[in-house]
Design a protein around this ligand. Structure first.
Ligand SMILES: [Zn+2]
Length: 74
């Protein structure tokens, strides 16, 4: 897992990328208190707990994967 911080809210997560479409994100215990979007999504869309998170973090993950700083791990 590669540590990564959300550029918008500075929530720290650990990310594992197995392919372009497959991403595992391990949220810290304080994610809901540091990331407003994460808190809102988990509150509103609590049935969809497979994809909690925030847009800024998702694009940061995509960028890190594109520039090679997030290695692909099979
Ligand atoms: Zn965030």
């Amino acid at each position: 897992m590669t540590p990564l911080a959300c550029p918008a809210c500075d929530t720290r997560v650990r990310v594992r990328k197995a392919s372009v479409t497959q991403t595992s994100i391990q949220w810290g215990p304080d994610a809901a208190s540091t990331c407003a979007e994460f808190a809102r999504r988990t509150a509103v869309e609590h049935r969809d707990i497979t994809a909690p998170g925030c847009t800024a973090l998702f694009s940061a993950i995509a960028d890190a994967y594109a520039d090679g700083s997030l290695p692909r791990i099979d």
